[in-house]
Design a binder for this molecule. Structure first.
Ligand SMILES: NC(=O)c1ccc[n+]([C@@H]2O[C@H](COP(=O)([O-])OP(=O)(O)OC[C@H]3O[C@@H](n4cnc5c(N)ncnc54)[C@H](O)[C@@H]3O)[C@@H](O)[C@H]2O)c1
Ligand SMILES: [Zn+2]
Length: 356
């Protein structure tokens, strides 16, 4: 098992990678937390892993309560959070109690939000079960719910006591969800680590087949990269955390323009990374050869590299309304080479529209 520390002064915490869900009780015993644990998950994930985790926690002497939220992004809402507060009250959770998220990013964001706000904050633990949440959503303390007007509009930064990553749970995950996580993993290679990008190119089949060693390496490296960025800029105030949005400005625009039905998040990010790279080629800072490598890797994963049928007006509107707009200027993350991106405001909108 790998242990990576996320250093944030008194909120420093460990991320266990290659952990085994049936040992989570033992791990939790090492922390000085209260005895009551509320597991938040959904019915399907609980049917797969609920018994294992409940047994482990009970064997370690904890009182365990379980609650389910509905499947899907709709569950990440204020009404759903209100139901969870009721549940916390019903089980008499107090400031020493712990909320444990068992699920993907939806359940993690929602559970973290409830943990951050119930009684002004109780203990939070994250056991992410999708590849995307293991390499991205569970790391860094962003918790949120959606409003009808948009995604993640209400939230805060709230770090967990620890993150517990058991990659073996990915065996039951659909390939569509694996690809979502893979898009973010490619992003890490693009923004920070050329060697890691080459590793992905050379070991893709192993990763796709969920080979234990390859998977552990890929998750560990991704977490290391995200941890470094978060340590430098926890609250996205110093212009460092923005780097994690590589491919996302265009990606979000595509998702919005298709009402979140046209593309999965991973597909949109894949296309977004290609668009940013094409722009970088046009302005002469990125090579055609690197662009080809990126496209080839994404295609081998099974991710798209081009926009299909889309309402271009809507896409531009979404792009220009994107929250990354500063003082009327759009800022873009463009690659300089594989492993390095730069933030620039100097892209003429005519070029953006031509490529997009
Ligand atoms: N907080 C952050 O920093 C951050 C970063 C990225 C994304 N997010 C958020 O994460 C959410 C997306 O998360 P996601 O991609 O994990 O999707 P998700 O949570 O919706 O999970 C996807 C699907 O996989 C199922 N599932 C989960 N684990 C499984 C397993 N082990 N076996 C079988 N099925 C399993 C779930 O039931 C669900 O149907 C979005 O709401 C997004 O806003 C947050
Ligand atoms: Zn993303």
């Amino acid at each position: 098992m790998e242990i990576i520390k996320l250093n944030l002064n008194e909120r420093t915490y460990p991320i266990y990678i290659g952990a085994n869900l049936n040992k989570i009780g033992e791990t939790l015993s090492c922390f000085n937390l209260g005895k009551k644990i509320l597991i938040i998950s959904n019915a399907y994930i609980l049917s797969l892993y609920g018994k294992t985790i409940e047994r482990s926690l009970k064997d370690a002497g904890f009182s365990v309560f379980l609650t389910c939220v509905p499947e899907g992004e709709e569950g990440k809402s204020l009404p759903q959070a209100a139901k969870l507060y009721e549940c916390c009250l019903k089980y008499k959770l107090d400031r020493s109690s712990t909320i444990l998220s068992l699920g993907g990013g939806v359940i993690g964001d929602l559970s973290g939000f409830v943990a951050a706000t119930y009684l002004r904050g109780i203990n939070f633990i994250n056991a992410p079960t999708t590849l995307l949440s293991q390499v991205d959503a569970s790391i860094g303390g962003k918790v949120a719910v959606n409003l009808p007007a948009g995604k993640n509009l209400v939230g805060t930064f709230y770090q967990p006591k620890f993150v517990y990553i058991d990659p073996s749970v990915l065996k039951t995950l659909s390939f569509k969800e694996i690809k979502n996580g893979m898009a973010e993993i490619v992003k890490y290679g693009m923004i920070k680590d050329a060697e890691f990008f080459s590793y992905l190119e050379e070991n893709l089949e192993k990763i796709k087949n969920l080979n234990e060693e390859a998977l552990n390496l890929v998750i560990t490296r991704s977490v290391e990269i995200k941890v470094k960025v978060v340590e430098e800029d926890e609250r996205e105030e110093r212009g460092k955390r923005e780097i994690l949005n590589f491919g996302h400005t265009f990606g979000h625009a595509l998702e919005k323009a298709t009402n979140y039905k046209g593309y999965t998040h991973g597909e949109a990010v894949a296309i977004g990374m290609v668009i940013a790279s094409k722009i970088a080629c046009k302005v002469g800072i990125f090579s055609q050869e690197s662009l080809l490598r990126l496209k080839r890797l994404l295609q081998k994963i099974g991710l798209p590299v081009e926009i299909g049928e889309i309402d271009r007006e809507k896409a531009f509107d979404a792009l220009y309304l994107d929250k990354k707009r500063r003082e009327g200027k759009l800022r873009f993350l463009l690659p300089e080479r594989i492993g390095k991106v730069i933030l620039t405001e100097k892209v003429p909108s005519s070029l953006i529209e031509e490529i997009f």
